[in-house]
Design a protein around this ligand. Structure first.
Ligand code: PLP
Length: 439
């Protein structure tokens, strides 16, 4: 087995783990194709890339892993081992984190549903840092906190209504997420903040915003921070002094997917000066939290599948693989271009190529990035999709009665272990209702 630390970048030129052809074929014969393969060293490296980007920030800086991007227990355990925080949206995510070695102390809990029962459940499991995004949500949290007797550190999720150039936007035009700063209604950051400050059972912790995913323009964060600063100063004039202990700038750090995008250092250098002046204008050091799901996990993982058929249709050579969008959903949903390579590679294709999956669905055609190298495709060869560790991997569904594949992990010592067992047809049949047939 190879030493992962000495591996160069892949043939596609994409930075990320390189696995030897021999290892990929050995794993294919042991676990069958398709399979996902995660590199632990890359997960850990991504944490330090974010942490080192913010070393010039004058306060404390913490990275929070957004578990929604990939809730594989081995991935969570790796991040728990790095001592980072967790950004969670559901009680079941909390169960995953605590069972995989993380602690409830390290959680920022940001619900969409904001129900009393949900808050009771997570408070009961030890969560003490909760983000609210509606008047009803705050009333529910306040009730759940009172019933539990625990002191909850409450953050207010604002929606700074910034135009974001991102694959998935969560700010301007997305009233689903966060509160407007002002406005006469009860659902504004101002009125929710006022209620928190006057509630002795709650402790105001700070602010949270999330602008979107794959945010490629750091200026969006700068604009959001500017608006937040103005809001805090104006709210203090009306409500008196309140401390901001934590500022959570949400997720969105982009992944290259074979293109040039700003690195965490580029993003941080655009806003660290501004954050340091917020320390002055907020009148004290605060903890800065940057959440990340995509950046922390995407590059770590490849999907390995096999060419099962090739045919000519007009000018085009169709290459069929035994994967499909049921395991790379963003390729169909967002027309996302994952860098792809054939292993072992061959000559560049002279001909027009189409890379298609095994599903009987016209959407099951993979958009091919300019960095992709599928020239040497032949039946029986392996095809590797890179940067697939975020979102797609957990949106994996059993369309066409396709059992979920194995997830394997190359650990830091270069050995391979199973991180999720592949489903067999018996298990899938039972899970899909086969075991109810005789009820
Ligand atoms: C509140 C919140 N934080 C963080 C994230 C993670 O975003 P990303 O994976 O782009 O870093 C999301 C993603 O939807 C989110 O909703």
């Amino acid at each position: 087995m190879v030493d992962p630390r000495t591996q160069p970048v892949s043939r596609t030129g994409v930075a990320g783990p390189k696995f030897s052809d021999e290892d990929l074929y050995d794993l294919a014969s042991k676990y069958s194709t398709p399979y996902f393969l995660v590199d632990e060293a890359t997960l850990r490296r991504k944490v330090s890339e974010i942490e080192s980007a913010f070393t010039d920030f004058r306060g404390k800086f913490r990275v929070a892993y957004s578990v929604k991007a990939n809730f594989n227990p081995s991935v969570i355990r790796t991040f728990a081992g790095e001592g980072i925080m967790f950004d969670l949206t559901a009680p079941s995510e909390l169960q995953f984190v605590t069972r995989a070695g993380g602690s409830a102390d390290s959680v920022v809990y940001t619900s969409i549903t904001e129900t009393i029962s949900e808050y009771e459940e997570v408070i009961g499991l030890g969560v003490r840092r909760i983000v609210v995004a509606s008047h009803n949500g705050l009333a529910n949290l306040s009730e759940a906190a009172a019933r539990s007797g625990a002191v909850i550190n409450v953050m207010v999720r604002v929606n700074p209504e910034v135009h974001v150039h991102a694959e998935l936007r969560g700010s301007m035009g997305h009233g689903k997420f966060g509160l407007q700063f002002n406005g006469g209604s009860r659902d504004s950051a101002f009125s929710v903040l006022k209620s928190i400050l006057s509630n002795p059972g709650l402790r105001f912790e700070g602010f949270h915003f999330h602008l979107g995913s794959q945010v490629e323009d750091p200026a969006c964060y700068a604009e959001a921070l500017e608006k937040l600063e103005a809001f805090v100063l104006s709210a203090r004039r009306q409500l008196g002094h309140f401390e901001v202990r934590t500022l959570d700038i949400g997720g969105g750090l982009p992944v290259s997917y074979g293109r040039r995008v700003p690195s965490p250092r580029d993003m941080a250098s655009r806003i660290v000066g501004q954050l340091n002046s917020l320390v002055e204008s907020f009148g004290g050091r605060f903890t800065l939290v940057a959440e990340s799901g995509r950046f922390l996990t995407a590059e770590s993982t490849v999907l390995v599948c096999r060419v099962v058929n090739i045919k000519e249709f007009g000018e085009t050579r169709y290459v069929y693989v035994d994967a499909g969008y049921h395991m790379l959903l963003d390729s169909a949903l967002l027309r996302h271009e994952y860098p792809v390579e054939v292993v072992p590679g061959g000559r560049y294709a002279q001909q027009k190529m189409a890379l298609v999956g095994r599903l009987c669905d016209p959407l099951d055609v993979f958009p091919i990035s300019s960095r992709s190298k599928i020239g040497g495709a032949e039946v029986g060869k392996l095809v590797v999709f890179r940067d697939v560790g975020a979102y797609s991997i957990v949106l994996n569904m059993p369309f066409h009665s396709q059992p979920r594949p194995f997830v394997l992990m190359r650990t830091n010592d270069g050995t391979y272990r199973v991180a999720r067992k592949g489903q067999d047809v018996d298990r899938l049949f039972a899970d899909e209702g086969g075991d109810c047939l005789n009820d």
